[in-house]
Structures are given as structure tokens and as C-alpha cells.
Design a binder for this molecule. Structure first.
Ligand code: AMP
Ligand code: ZN
Length: 114
């Protein structure tokens, strides 16, 4: 069995509230939402983090970012604004080691992040 929980969501062996998917990416609701909208956008292919993405993944990374934008529009977040963030490694606060973008919206975000 795949030990990566996000790979398991991709293959359908772990349940998730799916938001959208296409041939390259999957978006689903975060299980522990930090904002009224908190969606994770991931590549279907396992990549550990943005740090492990290569030159050949430039298109994929753009694709994921554009998916965030589209979902933000669908969820009515575009006008008020929202945040897209990806955590990398220990200091970055990454806890699931399958690349993902957090799409957070529906409240005012603060800066600097914790
Ligand atoms: P990060 O700390 O940046 O690696 O983010 C991992 C995110 O995945 C956290 O916001 C978790 O709440 C979320 N998460 C962990 N397991 C699941 C799951 N099974 N379904 C949906 N979201 C999850
Ligand atoms: Zn994975």
C-alpha cells in the first residue's frame, strides 16, 4: 500500500472531499481547515516538495498555480483576495511530504505568518 497519504487520495484508497481534478492535478478540502476556504491543490504524480521539482516540472507548477486561481474564482474569493502557500521541509512547516499548495480564503490573512 502507498504510504503517502496524498498519493492514496489520488488513487482513491483514502477518502477526501474532492473539489476538482484533471489529468495532472487534484484539489480537495483540507481536513483541518485554517480559514473558511482551505483547499489543497496537488500534482497527481508524487513530488516531495517544490524543492524536488525539476526543470521539466515548470509547466506542472504553473498548472497547479492556475488551478488555485480558477478555484478561487469559482469560490468567489478573487475580489476580496486570498492566499496561496506551499510549505517546504521542517522549517517551512511541511507535514505531508507530497507537494501541495494551500488555497486559503474567506478571512483576512495576517503577515508575517507564524
Ligand atoms: P503542510 O503542513 O503544509 O504539509 O500541510 C499538510 C496539510 O494536509 C495540513 O493542512 C493538513 O490538515 C492536511 N491534511 C492531512 N491529512 C489530510 C487528509 N487526509 N485529507 C485532507 N487534508 C489533510
Ligand atoms: Zn505522494
Amino acid at each position: 500500500m502507498n504510504t503517502c497519504i496524498f498519493c492514496r487520495i489520488v488513487e482513491g484508497s483514502m477518502p477526501a472531499k474532492l473539489v476538482r481534478q484533471d489529468e495532472l492535478s487534484l484539489a480537495f478540502e483540507d481536513i483541518n481547515p485554517q480559514a473558511p476556504t482551505h483547499i489543497l491543490v496537488i500534482p497527481k504524480r508524487h513530488i516531495r516538495s517544490v524543492q524536488e521539482a525539476g526543470e521539466n516540472d515548470a509547466g506542472l507548477l504553473g498548472h497547479l498555480m492556475l488551478a488555485c486561481k480558477e478555484i478561487a474564482k469559482e469560490r468567489g474569493l478573487a475580489e476580496a483576495g486570498y492566499r496561496v502557500v506551499t510549505n517546504v521541509g521542517s522549517y517551512g512547516g511541511q507535514t505531508v511530504f507530497h507537494l501541495h499548495f494551500h488555497l486559503l480564503g474567506g478571512r483576512h490573512m495576517t503577515w508575517p505568518p507564524g
